[in-house]
Design a protein around this ligand. Structure first.
Ligand SMILES: Nc1ncnc2c1ncn2[C@@H]1O[C@H](COP(=O)(O)OP(=O)(O)O)[C@@H](O)[C@H]1O
Ligand SMILES: [Mg+2]
Length: 263
């Protein structure tokens, strides 16, 4: 049996007295789409921060293709093929769309500062090549974004910001892409368009796997192969959405949230 693409084992992190993630073991296979769902504050983004090396676990481990990557620096983990977007957008508003995508490519371009000084022509050629690839990628995600590639990211509407962030994450040619609430702040129409985009990206990159934190149940019902539910830092369910959604523990977790929202 080959190792899963990504695996967390008993992943736990404590902030002071709060155990934000508690003993979470889950796995993601090659070409799989796994949605992480659960109430606000359940620990979903914390899970992403642990996988991507932004937080260090108190206990437990993270394995990529069977190799222990626990405690590695975030840029090392990105280099090994885990790309992500953040819950709140982290684009460079004062840079062009094209430059935002180019930044995502940094792990892929070889020419460093020294190269640029010693072999300026070679460095320039590499940069031109990277810019061309960045342009292709933008076009791939959306011809409209490509048409606006030289305008500033700060001017984009919310749905296009998300698209641009996904393009930037794809620029590093990852094995896994983690999206933290990609549909947040979007209406149904934009969410549908986003879903179509994600589906197209999947179809064009058959090996790529997705970890998606999502609260829009239409998307959760339609997109993933599998769903894992986190509540109060613990994984309380893992499986087909059709089955998981009927589990009493899952319904309680969501009812609890509704009750709190109406209180
Ligand atoms: N760096 C941090 N320091 C202290 N508490 C944190 C930190 N990051 C997250 N938390 C807490 O961990 C819990 C889970 O947060 P989070 O993972 O963001 O939840 P969500 O499931 O909504 O993404 C929350 O109570 C949050 O306040
Ligand atoms: Mg979150």
């Amino acid at each position: 049996m080959t190792a899963p693409l990504l695996e967390t084992r008993n992943l736990t992190i404590q902030f002071g007295g709060l155990v934000a993630l508690n003993d979470v073991s889950l796995s993601l296979n090659h070409s799989e789409v796994l949605c992480i769902i659960g109430p606000n504050g359940a620990g979903k983004s914390t899970l992403f921060n642990l996988i991507s090396g932004i937080y260090q676990p108190t206990r437990g481990s993270v394995h990529l293709e069977g190799r222990d990557i626990t405690g590695k620096q975030a840029h090392r983990i990105a280099e090994r093929g885990i790309a992500r977007t953040f819950q709140s957008s982290r684009l460079f508003n004062d840079l062009t769309l094209l430059d935002n995508v180019l930044i995502g490519m940094h792990t892929q371009t070889r020419a460093g500062v020294l190269d640029a000084l010693l072999r300026p022509r070679k460095a320039k050629a590499e940069l031109d090549q990277a810019a061309e690839r960045a342009g292709d990628l933008l076009h791939d995600i959306s011809p409209e974004l490509y048409a606006r590639r030289h305008s500033l990211a700060g001017a984009l509407p919310q749905a296009d910001r998300r698209r641009l962030e996904i393009a930037r994450a794809l620029a590093s040619e990852p094995k896994i892409i983690m999206l933290d609430e990609p549909s947040s702040g979007m209406d149904d129409r934009d969410t549908d368009a986003l879903m179509a985009d994600v589906r197209r990206v999947m179809a064009e990159r058959p090996g790529l796997s997705f970890l998606i934190i999502e609260h829009d149940m239409r998307l959760v019902a339609a997109l993933p192969d599998r769903v894992a539910v986190i509540d109060y830092g613990r994984k309380i369910a893992d499986g087909d959405f059709a089955e998981v959604r009927l589990m009493p523990r899952v319904q309680e977790a969501y009812l609890g949230q509704k009750a709190a929202a109406h209180a």
